[in-house]
Design a protein around this ligand. Structure first.
Ligand code: ATP
Length: 235
């Protein structure tokens, strides 16, 4: 469904990602792991058209994304929940959700999706008229995911959804991400919390200093030693 082929990303003279090829098939949960600065966020940004490619290509549902701007990538069904839960703090929960559907027409379908989000995250229904900024960290993460769902994605990319959250809330967020697969969503998940994610991801990629060090079943990395070996490219 999503294919990166020989992707390179630069920041001026700095090479952040080199020669990365990875795929995400329909219905999969794929984990993208790696230490800070490995280039994970850069790859997700490039898929959304927020960073240019220095080399290679990215295809979504067989279509080369280079000719599509970010808005049209969202319209095709590709969405990103960025790192740091960027919710609009001065807008209410409901307004945040409506903005998530900005690429769609207002109407009964959008209303139904808002209700779907409230079913999925009952706490957001309770807080619907509260400002985003007044929510707890976990609630903001839920709002960020719910907002992404409002664009009706086929493939959702999540950048570090557990960052800064208490362990109990992290478990809740991960359970929710797993449940999204049952709603016919395909997921590419960037995480530092590798061990939790490896328990439910189908496949994993490990990126380190801009290059892929591992591509294969997530289960193979469950052992801590194996993950460390993958980080240094010796698995
Ligand atoms: P993290 O988990 O810390 O976000 P990451 O794996 O997502 O790490 P990226 O954020 O993609 O990594 O960064 C990859 C490399 O590109 C790093 O060396 C980083 O310093 C560099 N980089 C990222 N954004 C910029 C930028 N705006 N300007 C210059 N260099 C950048």
């Amino acid at each position: 469904m999503l294919e990166f082929d020989g992707v390179a990303i630069n920041y001026g003279p700095v090479s952040a990602v080199r020669g990365v090829s990875l795929t995400v098939a329909r219905g999969e949960i794929v984990a993208l792991l790696g230490p800070n600065g490995a280039g994970k966020t850069s790859l997700l940004s490039a898929a959304m058209g927020l960073r240019p490619l220095a080399a290679g290509s990215i295809r979504f549902k067989g279509e080369d994304l280079r000719k599509l701007d970010t808005e049209n990538r969202v319209r095709r069904g590709l969405t990103l929940t960025p790192e740091g839960r960027k919710v609009f703090s001065n807008l209410t929960v409901l307004e945040n959700l409506e903005l998530g559907a900005a690429t769609r027409r207002k109407g009964p379908a959008m209303q139904a999706d808002i209700e779907m989000c409230f079913d999925l995250f009952p706490i957001l229904a309770e807080r619907r008229d509260q400002n985003g900024g007044s929510l707890s960290g976990g609630e903001q993460q839920m709002l960020a995911i719910a907002r992404a769902l409002m664009s009706r994605p086929a493939l959702l990319m999540l950048d570090e959804p557990s960052l800064g959250l208490a362990p109990r809330i992290v478990g809740q967020i991960f359970r929710l991400i797993r449940s999204l697969r049952d709603r016919d969503l395909t997921i590419l998940l960037v995480e530092q919390n590798a061990h939790e994610v490896l328990r439910f991801a189908d496949r994993a990629y490990v990126l380190s200093t801009g290059e892929l060090r591992y591509a294969g079943p997530a289960a193979r990395l469950q052992d801590k030693g194996a993950l460390m070996q993958a980080y240094i490219g010796e698995l």
